[in-house]
Design a protein around this ligand. Structure first.
Ligand code: CS2
Ligand code: MG
Length: 402
């Protein structure tokens, strides 16, 4: 079998997605997600100019060799754009391999380890009353885990608060929206939110919170300590993660579990975090961390150090990425949680898929391959719309992590 074509499809059914479709001489095709939120066209160019020409004529069965060829062959290794491009190729080749074998991809990854992937959704609100109503909605729908983001008194446009849209889409303008931030106001407010949540929902509902890269290690240590009575499942992205050893300071002060990794693109971004047990969940994803091949390598390393998976699953992970994620989720031994923000109806129509939600779990498709595709005709009806992620400024105007 040979690769005869590879199409890079850009579509915007409510938000932008980049999808790679690989075509073989047998007529079997495979798809891979290549979406990097706010930098989509960089990946499109990388794929079209520097990857697709190398794929034509290659044997699609040689997944590992292709991965090494695109990773080492680039000379300039790692980075979000390169690794998303490699991820898309890798994911599409696993899709093809499953179709050729007549098996769902999870069967090629060691078979089923669990009934389904426990998911968490996004509850948010400007006020505690709104938050309690939102969390109750998720509980009523059978969710066992809920991420909670709160408005902060005195601040507007805080991360995670959807402005009356059913689904939170942070990439909301071609030129970055400027959001305001105050660590002091944030740290003063958040513990009271979780105190009220525990009063309302009791001790067993799994509660998570995303700090979204905004604190220093000692600030994160303070927050972790103050949240200890509320037993969060995890505190996510407490600090920007370039300084892996910074997490040691957080660890020294608090037992609140730490999750990090949605922005990571290779195992080297988290090798110290995992091997020194500085984190509890690794949130790397299929689309951002080099595809199924490399993400399984990261999860296998994590399994040696009591670190569980907790893959990112916001709306900018397309249904192609989510389909691949659920195959890994049901197969690996150290699965933790799967984020699932869900997608718009338009998106679900552009990307017909077999995974489905039921009673707090995402269930994997039993179709051969990944069980997802892209309707290219429908996709063409939604042209790309430039959209950048916001930036964050402190009250004195300093540029801060968003
Ligand atoms: C967030 C995301 O879902 C999460 O945990 O961190 O909403 C993140 O901000 C977006 O995926 C960025 O594109
Ligand atoms: Mg996050």
């Amino acid at each position: 079998m040979k690769i005869t074509d590879a199409r890079v499809i850009v579509t915007c059914p409510g938000r932008n997605f980049v999808t790679l479709k690989i075509v073989t001489d047998s007529g079997i095709t495979g798809v891979g997600d290549a979406t990097v939120n706010g930098r989509e066209m960089a990946v499109v160019a990388y794929l079209r100019e520097h990857v697709v020409p190398l794929l034509i004529g290659r044997d699609p069965a040689r997944i590992e060799d292709t991965w090494q060829y695109l990773y080492k062959g680039a000379y300039w290794r790692r980075g979000p754009i390169t690794m998303a491009a490699i991820a898309a190729v890798d994911t599409a080749l696993w899709d093809i391999k499953g179709k050729v074998a007549g098996l769902p991809v999870y069967q090629l990854l060691g078979g089923r380890s669990r009934a389904g992937a426990t998911v968490y959704g996004h509850a948010c609100g400007e006020t505690i009353e709104e938050i309690l109503r939102e969390v109750a909605r998720f509980v009523d729908r059978g969710y066992r885990a809920v991420r909670v983001q709160s408005g902060i008194p005195g601040l507007h446009g805080v991360y995670g608060i959807s402005n009356n849209t059913p689904i939170y889409e942070p990439a909301d303008a071609a030129i970055p929206t400027e959001a305001a931030w105050s660590t002091e106001r944030y740290l003063a407010h958040i513990p009271s939110v979780f105190a009220k949540l525990r009063d309302e929902f009791g001790p067993s509902l799994r509660l998570l919170h995303d700090v979204h890269h905004r604190l220093t290690p000692i600030e994160a240590a303070r927050l972790g300590k103050e949240l200890e009575p509320y037993h969060l499942t995890w505190l996510e992205d407490p600090v920007p993660a370039e300084l892996q050893e910074g997490f040691r300071l957080i660890r020294q002060h608090t037992t609140t579990p730490i999750a990090v990794g949605e922005v990571f693109n290779t195992v080297w971004d988290c090798q110290q975090l995992i091997t020194e047990q500085l984190i509890d969940y690794i949130r790397a994803t299929v689309v951002h961390a080099g595809g199924i091949t490399h993400l399984k390598r990261i999860f296998d390393l994590a399994a040696l150090y009591h670190v569980r998976s907790g893959s990112h699953g916001a709306t900018d992970m397309s249904p192609v990425c989510m389909a691949a994620a659920v195959h890994l989720d049901v197969a690996i031994p150290n699965f933790g949680l799967q984020e699932w923000a869900g997608h718009s109806g338009e998106t679900d129509r552009v990307f017909p898929h077999g995974y489905r939600y039921d009673d707090g779990y995402l269930h994997v498709s039993e179709e051969p391959g990944l069980g997802v595709d892209i309707d290219e005709e429908l996709a063409a009806q939604y042209p790309y719309k430039p959209a950048a992620l916001p930036v964050n400024r402190l009250e004195d105007g300093s540029l801060h992590s968003w």
